[in-house]
Ligand binder design. Sequence first.
Ligand code: PHE
Length: 455
Amino acid sequence: MENKKEKRGQFTSKLGFVLAASGSAVGLGNLWRFPFTAGANGGGAFVLVYFVILFIIGFTLMLGELSMGRATMLSPIGAYRKLKSKYAWIGVLGVAAGFLILSFYSVIGGWVIRYLVKAVSGDFNVTDGAVLGELFTDFIQNPLEPLVYHGIFMALTVLIVIGGVAKGIERYSKIMMPSLFVMLILLMIRSLTLPGAMEGVKFLLIPDFSKINAEVILAAMGQVFFSLSLGMGTMITYGSYLDKEQNLISSAMEIPLIDTIVALVAGLVILPAVFSFGFNPEGGPGLLFITLPAVFSQMPLGGFFAVMFFILVLFAALTSSISILEVVVSYAVDERGWSRKFSTVTLAAVIFVMGIPSSLGQGLWSHVRFFGRDILDNVDFLASNVFLPLGGLLMCLFIGWVWGVDKAIDEVTNHGKLSFPLKGFWTVMIKYVAPIGILFVFAQATGLLELILGA
Ligand code: PHE
């Protein structure tokens, strides 16, 4: 047993773990996806629904995943299998989601690297918003260049994952996460003091209730899952690397808290600037890349800050991408007995290829559209709005009704050693409120609810 544990690697401290797990949660989901998804879904209305869903899902599922991981010390599929072998397929769903998410995540990670290179070569001395928009479109429409950067991002992810858990992930998280936060606060201050910035603040924080509809609610649910890395077993995997003395309860509160603060601050960097410079808040996935250079152009030492910022975004993206690849790799290692190195390289290559259509869909294949969305948006929609919440729903039901809350609580309290005042709350949430809530959003989004209520 001792040997097996050592081979899997472990986090060496509580701080290391919380930083690594928040490193997984905080990433492009907060900095890139939250601002543009809020922008496209009515701003304040979206943020309000986001908070409601966060309250229902965040702590509930975070604690659920961590407890499953640490109870079994296995990757998602193995964890389900060990607790009740019939249900291993739920873990398979999570691994599938991991493939899909990393495929487009790495494309966006590539865009970040490109922008870092631009920042280093001082390309941002442009103040004209239209020009910044063109620079971005020219780049993403090019068939080859974004693919090269997609490859570089994937290669970086592989290098870190091969390094192993404690040595790789933990070491990088400790320095980069706090630096990112300081940087975001500086940017927020600059953004909020731009002329007309308050319009953006109002847009983001004051909900227009008439904008809340099934689509907005589904988008908010997908964003909660994506941003917190929930529903596919990332936190099962991280929990499995955690030693038995650590406090899961406080971790399950701290991680969503940190993640939410970063998303909000990122929103308060991007949206005020969007309004101040007259960009369109519904600008979609390009919002971060078009808006930020404009902000830097209005800052003393803007060129220097731009470089620093894109380095930190890149690290935030990498601490998330490694956690996604980790799920896929730990499956191959634990379940298939492949070597860590071989799994990492092979699976990353497969995911790289899967990401190619998402990248080409920005230019060469932009005519390939389903449901009014380009390829990348469709893969994102399928993974974040369908697979993750579905995985989360099944996980709640599994923990609440199959494995059993008593066993989960036993794990969470370190076998009775820790007190867990929220025990009753958590039980009700994981058995009833969270699964019914997720089902409700799904039903509404598919129009089912309207059908039933209308009949
Ligand atoms: N939470 C990460 C982010 O916000 C993305 C992610 C999703 C990571 C799912 C792991 C699993 O960038």
